[in-house]
Design a protein around this ligand. Structure first.
Ligand SMILES: [Zn+2]
Length: 285
């Protein structure tokens, strides 16, 4: 699932590759992908791409045409990818959700893996992104980290840190992979409550957010012009149950919270305790 670092490198690479490109046509083979109808997607024909940026986990492609600025706000959900291809997709490609065809033959493609159609896009006039309901409700960006007092306010909620940090309204950009890394860096249990953190623990959480910037730096080094389907994520604990903790050597454990797996080091994060599985479906199987 693309989270803040993955979407940031996607926006940087797309922005560099697409700036100045002219749109020949645009269409949405994924019938439910476009969540706006006005302006229509095909009004992008003749527009020039100005660049790409990111808010939270959402990439944005910027266009300019006779009618001014237009922004394509994209939500990749869990399995979407926004990529540039030299050649156009076959219209039979069932993964295609939105196709922006470029003069010269290239194509910017919103694809989605799996059978569900959940990824979406909105074409918005200038200022529309900032006013969009998905954007106005976002918490502060997780990277660059918000000021310490802003972070302290954002997490001052009586909720477990694992779902709290993944809640885009609390703090924007973190998902299931990077939450494990941030909590491990901060040496905090996924089941600690945000409102129960000491100021020293908030300091550690603030420092832990630096893994997001480190991941972006890593991608800058290893990712070429084309962002691959699967990025080489520099993860230390997520999905590494059974492996030794890189800090202390204790075996990394897995615990399920609702349907989500979270990984942690008992020595570094939970005072040596191995957490009980909280996934009800496991008990029923
Ligand atoms: Zn450890």
């Amino acid at each position: 699932m693309p989270e803040l670092p993955e979407v940031e490198i996607t926006a940087r690479r797309l922005g560099a590759a697409l700036a100045g490109a002219e749109v020949e046509s645009a269409l949405a083979p994924g019938m439910v992908a476009m969540k706006t109808i006005k302006p229509p997607l095909d009004s992008l024909a003749g527009n020039t791409i100005e660049g790409a940026r990111r808010i939270g986990k959402m990439p944005i492609v910027e266009f300019r045409g006779a009618d001014g600025r237009l922004d394509l706000l994209v939500h990749l959900m869990s399995a979407g990818r926004l990529q540039l291809f030299d050649k156009r997709a076959s219209l039979k490609d069932r993964r295609s959700r939105v196709l922006i065809r470029l003069a010269g033959g290239g194509e910017l493609r919103l694809r989605e893996f799996g059978t569900k159609q959940r990824a979406w896009a909105k074409l918005l006039p200038e200022g529309g992104v900032e006013a969009d309901e998905m954007v106005v409700t976002l918490g502060p960006e997780a990277w660059p980290a918000p000021p310490l007092d802003r972070l302290a306010r954002a997490v001052d909620q009586p909720r477990h840190l694992h779902p709290l940090l993944r809640d885009q309204r609390a703090i924007a950009g973190i998902g299931r992979s990077w939450v494990d890394e941030i909590l491990w860096e901060a040496r905090l249990s996924p089941f600690r409550k945000g409102s129960e953190l000491s100021s020293e623990e908030v300091d550690r959480l603030y420092d832990g957010l630096a893994v997001l910037g480190a991941a972006i730096d890593h991608y800058e080094e290893v990712v070429g012009e084309q962002v691959p389907d699967k990025l080489p994520m520099p993860l230390k604990v997520h999905r590494r149950e059974g492996e030794p903790c890189p800090r202390c050597g204790t075996t990394i454990e897995a615990v399920y919270f609702a349907e989500h797996q979270t990984n942690y080091c008992p020595q570094c994060q939970t005072g040596g305790r191995v957490l009980k599985d909280r996934r009800l479906s496991r008990l029923l199987k």
